[in-house]
Design a protein around this ligand. Structure first.
Ligand SMILES: [Zn+2]
Ligand SMILES: [Zn+2]
Length: 417
């Protein structure tokens, strides 16, 4: 037997209603917030992610699925959606027609991380971006949209952890302070961090090696390096969150693993998941679009992972239960052609119907109808055939009725209404 690729997963038919619910909920909330859907491809030129996410990041250095295609071009499966979306925005000059653009995308992302509970190498994300507006209230609106999606999916105990990682200007000062600090610990940092010290000291803050984490816990805070305009921006984000009544706490050590964030960065933490922490997060980016060849405007986005949310949704939830309008029980070979016509007629009228054409006892068919969640069972046997009628049983009341064959559609429609 050939099995799944390690770290990948199947969504099986019993689970798919849950997934449809999550996707539909996210779409409904985002469209209410004024976002529209964009569907970029799942594969891009590797260069896009190197430039967008940053060369010296875990994602680009260790986690991307990168390969040379048959034409000799180096391609990567997308590890996140923002770079792809901004590539599309720049390439199609979307901001020319709409200076403030709100778009979302839902689909699989790929990172070759160590698999663990609720963490996969192919994972589904809802990603939403507001591009072309740098007002701090917009940051709060993005956080509110993320919060609303999670809430409407049924998540409780939500906490938004927020921070400001400063602008390019604040960051250059912070970088120097970090380099000074970490230089004092040079012998104890892991080889990756030793290398990062020169190239990208902020990435030491999210190193997964334990000792590096202990040292990073004592590092200077970015919030102490903010200039007055970044401090003011952060203040207004918090003011808007207060007005919206969204629960948040300031997490001055949270920097997120991507280079492009500037000013606001946030993570969505979900109580019920215990220590496994963030189910999503996002932040503002001031220069990402410009770097990808678009106009030099700022944006803010977030992503929510669906796998862990799916784990929090119960399979027994009545919303996800299988259901069907009608099961047609064909009893005997003679009844088969009439059964086929009835099934087809009902389906043509928008009624969901299931049946079996091969020989099965009535008892087995009733069991099947129950399993499928059929509201009505229509029985067609020799007697019914002779009289041009069918017997219809209501599965919840157990009541039976005899219905003329040319009235079954109207009967079912009446029962459904
Ligand atoms: Zn600044
Ligand atoms: Zn390290």
């Amino acid at each position: 037997m050939i099995t799944l690729v390690k770290g990948f997963h199947d969504v099986l038919p019993d689970e798919s209603p849950k997934w449809a619910f999550m996707v539909n909920t996210a779409k409904a909330v985002l469209e209410r917030f004024g976002y529209r859907e964009i569907i970029p491809p799942i594969m891009e030129k590797t260069e896009l992610f190197v430039r967008g996410i940053g060369q010296v990041t875990d994602i680009v250095e260790k986690e991307m699925y990168t390969f040379e295609d048959r034409g000799g071009e180096t391609l990567s499966l997308r590890p996140e959606a923002t770079a792809s979306i901004l590539r599309a925005v720049a390439e199609h000059s979307l901001l020319r027609r709409e200076p403030v653009l709100k778009v979302y995308c839902i689909g699989p992302m790929f990172r070759r991380e160590r698999p663990s509970k609720g963490r996969f190498r192919q994972f589904f994300q809802v990603d939403a971006e507001i591009i072309g507006d740098d007002c701090p209230y917009t940051d709060a609106e993005a956080i509110a949209a993320a919060h609303a999606i999670m809430t409407e999916m049924g998540a409780t105990g939500l906490m938004m952890e927020i921070n400001s990682v400063g602008c390019v200007h604040c960051r250059s000062g912070y970088r120097k302070r970090l380099q000074e600090f970490f230089s004092g610990w040079l012998g104890e940092l892991c080889p990756d961090c030793t290398r990062r010290l020169e190239a990208n000291p902020m990435r030491i803050l999210d190193c997964k090696v334990e000792r590096c984490g202990e040292i990073a816990a004592r590092a200077p805070l970015i919030t102490d390096s903010l200039d007055s305009s970044c401090r003011e921006h952060f203040h207004e984000v918090r003011e808007a969150l207060d007005l919206l009544g969204i629960p948040y706490r300031i997490e001055p050590r949270m920097v997120r693993g991507l280079d492009y964030y500037t000013r606001t960065a946030f993570e969505i933490v979900h109580d019920e998941l215990g220590r496994s922490k963030a189910v999503g997060g996002g932040g503002r980016y001031d220069s990402l679009l410009g770097e990808l060849g678009g106009p030099d405007v700022s944006g803010i986005g977030f992503a929510i992972g669906l796998e862990r949310l799916a784990m929090g949704l119960s399979d027994d939830d009545p919303r996800f239960r299988r259901s069907m309008d009608v099961y047609v029980a064909i009893l005997g070979e003679q009844a088969r052609s009439m059964g086929l016509t009835v099934v087809n007629d009902l389906r043509r009228h928008g009624i969901s119907v299931e049946t079996r054409y091969s020989k099965m006892s009535l008892k087995a068919q009733m069991k099947l109808a129950d399993k499928l969640g059929a509201s009505l069972v229509m029985m067609i046997g020799d007697d019914e055939l002779a009289g041009g009628e069918v017997t219809v049983r209501d599965m919840s009341t157990r009541e039976q009725a005899v219905v003329k064959i040319d009235e079954v559609v109207r009967y079912v429609q009446g029962e459904r209404a």
